[in-house]
Design a protein around this ligand. Sequence first.
Ligand SMILES: C[S@@+](CC[C@H](N)C(=O)[O-])C[C@H]1O[C@@H](n2cnc3c(N)ncnc32)[C@H](O)[C@@H]1O
Length: 264
Amino acid sequence: MTVSEMAGRWSARAAVYKDATARATLQTIPALLNHALLFPGARVLDAGCGPGYVAACANLLGSDVTGLDFSQGMIDQAKEQFPYLEFTLGDVEKLPAKDQSFDRVLSNFVLFHVTDPILAMTEARRVLKSGGRFVFSQWLGPDKSECYRLLFDVLERHADISRADPAPNAFVLSDEENVAAMMQSAGFSNIRSETVENVLHAPGSSFYEFFVNVGVRVPLILEKQDSDVKATIHSEIDELADSYLSDGIYEIPMPSIVFSGTAI
Ligand SMILES: C[S@@+](CC[C@H](N)C(=O)[O-])C[C@H]1O[C@@H](n2cnc3c(N)ncnc32)[C@H](O)[C@@H]1O
């Protein structure tokens, strides 16, 4: 899938982001900001800003923020929600910014989706001043996440995953040793990490249908399956998710991890 096709998929989700994906991603922002060690007037890039929540929080803390996303739909949402902030179209793997122009690069759940995460880290390093900080977050994988375990258990039993376009294994970014090596090779030191115990709050009567709106990778696998296989996956996911349903809301643990490092 090309970069512009991926950006198009995100744009298609932009209008529902607040009611879907944000129900899990917002919970990581306090830890992300904690690692950022912001200061008044800090030049901050929110790389892969989506509808702009990280940018808005950093701005509230006195930073001078630019949000960047490759999806026009997301940029439109961000401008609508936070019209007093600057948002710009761009790719985190090829940042449209000068060397050493930022004090902080923050990226909430974005590297999970890029083609080459080391390239995105190297770009973050390039635009940071020496001593600046790069902070990003990532979902933990099925070994630690009840949500991903539930989904992948069912998918692995029924789906022909080889039918989906080959994608890099996004969960390499959940492993602390791997990420430390990647960040070091991109030019960061003083690498730290912290787990956040996110709980996804999904309203509705079908967890399957909710996740099809939230996810990007899981729907890519589902689209390629025959309709009878999809129907089996749908009913098994909903059956397993039932034990998490209370008062019309699925509350499913979906932990994340925040990584931070200092530009050498
Ligand atoms: C899960 S959303 C996170 C949005 C936001 N950071 C937040 O926490 O609400 C991932 C975002 O990354 C953006 N994205 C994915 N790949 C990108 C790339 N290569 N360059 C720029 N943005 C990208 C998507 O358009 C989407 O807005």
